[in-house]
Design a protein around this ligand. Structure first.
Ligand code: NI
Length: 175
């Protein structure tokens, strides 16, 4: 039986969210973590989650950016993902992050990217993403490099958000 379990999502600021994650050497060993991360992501709810956000400093992310309520889910697991091409054209999306709850900001990123990765079965994959998928995959790959979407904001704004999160964590610890 394959029982999935919800994992705790780290909240910014946390040194593990600022660390460059290491490559996965055995994709097949990641199956249980991938299942747990997908369940944790859907439960949150969110559209993407990177392994460092659950305290695992390895290069894996999960995502599902299907927006239509009645459309079938499209869970994706990307191991050792790499952006091999980015469009010059950019897109602005209001981004959020499960590690920075209730904070949303417009972030500009390439509108299209081509990404290569390894599947859980160990196969090399390649796909071009656009729209919300492109923003999401870039946001999640940033997590693998210890980068958060608020790192794109002006320092003062970022400090304000960080202080807000510190307060939130103190309140949570007391509860
Ligand atoms: Ni995030």
């Amino acid at each position: 039986m394959n029982t999935m379990a919800l994992r705790d999502i780290l909240i910014h600021p946390d040194p593990r969210l600022k660390t460059v994650a290491g490559p996965v050497s055995e994709p097949s060993d990641m199956k249980k973590l991938a299942d747990d991360m997908l369940e944790t992501m859907y439960h949150a709810p969110g559209i993407g989650l990177a392994a460092p956000q659950v305290g695992v400093l390895q290069r894996m992310l999960v995502m599902d950016c299907v927006k239509e309520e009645d459309a079938p889910p499209q869970p994706m697991v990307l191991i050792n993902p790499k952006i091999v091409w980015s469009s010059e054209e950019t897109n602005v999306y209001e981004e959020g992050c499960l590690s920075i709850p209730e904070i949303y900001n417009d972030i500009e990123r390439p509108a299209e990217v081509e990404v290569t990765w390894t599947s859980l079965e160990g196969n090399e994959q390649s796909q071009r993403f656009d729209g919300l998928w492109a923003t999401c995959v870039q946001h999640e790959i940033d997590h693998l490099d210890g980068k958060l979407f608020i790192d794109y904001l002006k320092p003062l704004k970022r400090q304000m958000i960080t202080r807000k999160m510190q307060k939130l964590k103190r309140e949570k610890a007391r509860a």
